[in-house]
Design a protein around this ligand. Structure first.
Ligand code: FAD
Length: 281
């Protein structure tokens, strides 16, 4: 279980999303092959906005859990899921050797239809998975405060509350290490010292990341994004890796238990980042 793997050497993890077609799946398999050489501590697989594509998440996670030497964590969302569906999915995961879930509220459906499902808050999924007793449970944290939170204090209170019943958190991506230090300090003030693994997004596609950042309430560093936008696409990786390596090192120096890298299902940038950080030989 992932919770047993945190606390020693810095963890290294990679996030993937479930591709829409067979070609994307073949590309993802090649990416996983390449990243496996870096001996990740674990990997995780997202669940589509609106809870869509859950079967694809399930199939990828089970394939990795049964065929690789590192654990795969399934993202599980409130949005789009009934209680019965969550119970069935957890039973299916347990049966297939998947011990790790990331319990999330989930993004709403992209087409604007009202979200369906029996749950509202991630903490409710934490309770359902926790009651089974056979899962290591991760939750999401937002260094810059979740965009739906009315204020910082309530955001931190709800986060500390769900973390008390979970094992660790992974953060939304962000670009300033002081935000991470502040988050950890604020949680400590609330009596919470569970591991918080920062999410690191090396930006090779600035336009796309600007869109994600606007949705998440993440501030983007304009100087870095201006450099990336002015660069030829072929030159962006070097800039992205250099900036992400500086941030990653700052986060490790700040005491982060590891780094979680958003890969966009491509290996090249993640490999270059891990090498730049010297995290693997
Ligand atoms: P919650 O913890 O439920 O919090 C949401 C809001 O409700 C916050 O403002 C919180 O303060 C508030 N709140 C919490 N509990 C209560 C309560 N009891 N009463 C009142 N207010 C409360 N989305 C996907 O769709 N699929 C994915 O695979 C996915 N993966 C992600 C991975 C990571 C690492 C991260 C950081 C995010 C991911 N997301 C994903 C996005 C996430 O689902 C959204 O950010 C979502 O809007 C919030 O999720 P949460 O789990 O933090 O929500």
């Amino acid at each position: 279980m992932i919770r047993d793997l945190l606390g020693g050497e810095p963890s290294l993890s990679f996030e993937f999303f479930p591709p829409a077609d067979a070609q994307g799946r073949a590309r993802l398999n090649a990416t996983i092959d390449e990243l496996a050489d870096l001996s990740p501590t674990f990997v995780s697989v997202t669940c589509g906005a609106g809870g869509q594509g859950h079967d694809r998440t399930r199939d990828i996670v089970v394939d990795i859990a049964t065929g690789r030497s590192f654990p795969a964590m399934a993202h599980l969302t409130c949005v789009g899921h009934t209680r019965a569906e969550v119970d069935d999915l957890l039973a299916d995961y347990a049966e297939h050797g998947v011990d790790d879930v990331l319990a999330l509220a989930g993004d709403p459906p992209p087409d604007g239809t009202p979200p369906r499902g029996d749950f509202t808050y991630a903490s409710e999924l934490v309770d359902v998975a926790g009651a089974r007793g056979d899962f290591s449970i991760c939750v999401a944290a937002h260094p810059e405060v979740h965009p739906r939170s009315p204020d910082r204090a309530s955001d931190r209170r709800h986060l500390a509350d769900k973390l008390e019943r979970a094992d660790f958190a992974i953060t939304q991506f962000f670009f300033d290490a002081s935000l991470y230090r502040r988050l950890v300090d604020e949680l400590a003030d609330l009596g919470c010292d569970k591991p918080i693994v920062p999410g690191l997004f090396p930006v090779t596609a600035p336009k796309t990341v600007r869109r994600f950042a606007a949705m998440n309430g993440t501030a983007v560093p304009e100087d870095l994004f201006a450099r990336l936008e002015a660069a030829q696409p072929g030159d962006r990786r070097a800039i992205a890796v250099e900036a992400a390596a500086v941030l990653g090192q700052d986060l490790l120096d700040a005491g982060a238990p590891g780094l979680h890298v958003y890969t966009m299902n491509r290996p090249e940038t993640a490999v270059a980042l891990v090498r730049a950080l010297g995290l693997r030989p």
